[in-house]
Design a binder for this molecule. Structure first.
Ligand code: URP
Ligand code: ZN
Ligand code: ZN
Length: 464
C-alpha cells in the first residue's frame, strides 16, 4: 500500500506526547504515526522541524459588515490565505445578524461568501435580534446544520441585547447544546465616559482607552456570569482584556460553573501607549489595549487555564478612507472603526513569545493554537490533533526561522500591521489541510474553494 504523503523525521506534537516520528496521510486523513513509515507518492523531509496540528482560528471577522456599515478589508479568500500563511488550516469567522435580518438569510449570505475560502471553515452566528422566530425556529435549524455557537454583545448601540434577551439566548443554547459567546463591556459606562471626553474636546485615539475603562469589562463579565449561572448555561467570554475580567472567570470556574474565555495577541503584546501615536487609530479596538501589568496577568491566566483560547480577533480595517479614516484624516476616537488585524501573526507571535522564550511548552502551544478550540467548538472528533483517523490538518514549523514583521510581507488585504518591526523566531513553512498542501515553503498552493464547511457538534465541555 502507498500513502499519499509522508512527513518524515519531524518532532511531532500529539495530544499525549512530543517526539521524533513520521506522519503518513491517506485520502485526506492521518493514516499512521510511527518510525520509518515507507512508501508514499510524496515525502516531505521535516528533519529539524516541528509538526503540529494546523491552527484553528475561532475569533475573526471576515467579509463582515459592522453595525455601522463598514466592511472588513479581508474577504474569505484573502482572510483564509493570510490565516493559512500563519499556520492555520481552519477558521471560524462570524456570520453577523444585524437587526431586522433573518438568520437563514444571514447564513445564506455567508455561505456564498465562504465559497472563496482556501481552508476549512465554519461560522459563529452573531445574534443582535433574538426574535421569537429566531429563538424557536431559526437557531435550532442553525444547530441542525452544525452552527453551534453564537455571539452576543453587551455594548454597541446597534448590536447589544438586553439582559432579558441574553437570558433567552442562553436558554435556547442550553436546550440545544450550543455555546454562547459574549462581548462583555458595560454599555452605560462607555457611553458616559465617551460623552465626558467629547464634552471636554478630547477626541484623540488615546481617549478610546479611557472611554472603555477596565471596570466596564469587569462589571459586564460578572453580570454575564451571573446570568449564565442562573440559566444553567455554559458561557464563553471573547477577548478578555483585564485582570479583573480574568479573575471573575477564574472565580466562576473554581465554583464549578461552565465558564470559559480567551484572550488575544493584542492584549498580551501591545499597550494603550500605542494609541498615543500620530497613527493611533490603527490601534483602536474594543475592548481597548491596556498596560504591561495587565499583559503579565493575562499571561498568568492563559498558562493557568483560566483562559482556554488564544484568538486573533482579526478585525481588519485599512488605515485609509475605506476603514479607519472613513470619518476623515483625524477621526474622533468614537467614529473610528474598531478592530486590529492579526490572523497571520497570531501563531508566530505565540511561538516566538511563548515557546521560544520558555513561557509555554510545545504542547501548550498545540492546545492554544488548535486543540482547545476544537474541543470548545465541537470539532474535536476530526480536528485539532495529530492522531490516526483525524483530518490531515498539519503545520510544519521551522523553529529557528527568524522574521521581522512587515505589513508588505503579510497576505491579508491590509495596509498596516500593529506588530510592524517585531522580531519573530519560529515560522510555519508548510501547511496541509485535509491532506492537500496549502502553503509550501512559503508559497500558496491552495486555491479559492479548496476549503469546506465543517459542521460542528454540540458543545461538550470535557476537560476544558
Ligand atoms: O474591536 C474589535 N474587537 N472589533 C471587532 C468586533 C468585536 O467586538 O470583536
Ligand atoms: Zn467583541
Ligand atoms: Zn471580534
Amino acid at each position: 500500500m502507498s500513502y499519499d504523503l509522508i512527513i518524515k523525521g519531524g518532532t511531532v506534537v500529539t495530544t499525549g506526547s512530543v517526539g521524533l516520528a513520521d506522519v503518513a496521510i491517506l485520502n485526506g486523513k492521518i493514516a499512521a504515526i510511527g518510525k520509518d513509515l515507507q512508501s508514499a507518492v510524496q515525502t516531505i523531509d521535516a528533519t529539524g522541524k516541528i509538526v503540529v496540528p494546523g491552527g484553528i482560528e475561532t475569533h475573526c471577522h471576515i467579509e463582515q459588515e459592522s453595525a455601522t456599515g463598514a466592511m472588513t478589508s479581508d474577504d474569505y479568500f484573502t482572510g483564509s490565505r493570510s490565516a493559512a500563511f500563519g499556520g492555520n488550516t481552519m477558521f471560524v469567522p462570524f456570520a453577523a445578524q444585524h437587526r431586522g435580518q433573518k438568520i437563514p438569510d444571514v447564513l445564506a449570505t455567508y455561505d456564498a461568501r465562504a465559497q472563496k475560502s482556501v481552508i476549512d471553515y465554519s461560522y459563529h452566528l452573531i445574534i443582535s435580534d433574538p426574535t421569537e422566530e429566531a429563538l424557536k425556529t431559526d437557531l435550532p435549524a442553525a444547530f441542525a446544520r452544525g452552527v453551534t455557537s453564537f455571539k452576543v454583545f453587551m455594548t454597541y448601540d446597534k448590536l447589544m441585547i438586553s439582559d432579558d434577551q441574553f437570558l433567552d439566548v442562553l436558554a435556547m443554547a442550553r436546550d440545544n447544546g450550543g455555546l454562547v459567546m459574549v462581548h462583555a463591556e458595560n454599555h452605560a459606562m462607555i457611553k458616559s465616559a465617551t460623552a465626558r471626553l467629547l464634552a471636554a474636546g478630547q477626541t484623540q485615539p488615546k481617549c478610546h482607552a479611557e472611554s472603555h475603562p477596565p471596570e466596564a469589562e469587569v462589571e459586564a463579565v460578572q453580570r454575564a456570569i451571573a446570568l449564565a449561572r442562573s440559566a444553567n448555561a455554559p458561557l464563553f467570554f471573547v477577548h478578555i482584556s483585564t485582570e479583573g475580567g480574568a479573575q471573575a472567570v477564574a472565580g466562576a470556574r473554581m465554583a464549578g460553573a461552565k465558564i470559559y474565555g480567551e484572550t488575544c495577541p493584542q492584549y498580551l503584546f501591545l499597550t494603550a501607549m500605542d494609541l498615543d501615536r500620530t497613527d493611533g487609530a490603527k490601534f483602536i479596538c474594543s475592548p481597548p489595549l491596556r498596560d504591561t501589568a495587565t499583559q503579565d496577568a493575562l499571561w498568568r491566566h492563559l498558562t493557568a487555564g483560566t483562559l482556554q483560547l488564544y484568538s486573533s480577533d482579526h478585525a481588519p480595517y485599512r488605515h485609509d478612507a475605506t476603514g479607519k479614516l472613513a470619518a476623515g484624516p483625524n477621526p474622533p476616537f468614537h467614529k473610528t472603526a474598531n478592530g486590529l488585524p492579526g490572523i497571520e501573526l497570531r501563531l508566530p507571535l505565540l511561538f516566538s513569545e511563548g515557546v521560544a522564550k520558555g513561557r509555554i511548552t510545545l504542547q501548550d502551544f498545540v492546545a492554544l493554537s488548535a486543540g482547545n478550540a476544537a474541543r470548545m467548538f465541537g470539532m474535536d472528533h476530526r480536528k485539532g490533533a495529530i492522531a490516526p483517523g483525524y483530518d490531515a490538518d498539519i503545520a510544519i514549523w521551522d523553529p529557528d526561522a527568524t522574521r521581522t514583521v512587515s505589513a508588505d510581507a503579510l497576505h491579508d488585504n491590509m495596509d498596516y500591521s500593529p506588530f510592524e518591526g517585531w522580531q519573530i523566531t519560529g515560522w510555519p513553512e508548510t501547511v496541509i489541510n485535509r491532506g492537500q498542501i496549502v502553503i509550501e515553503q512559503g508559497t500558496l498552493k491552495g486555491a479559492p474553494g479548496d476549503g469546506t464547511f465543517i459542521p460542528r457538534r454540540p458543545f461538550e465541555p470535557t476537560g476544558l
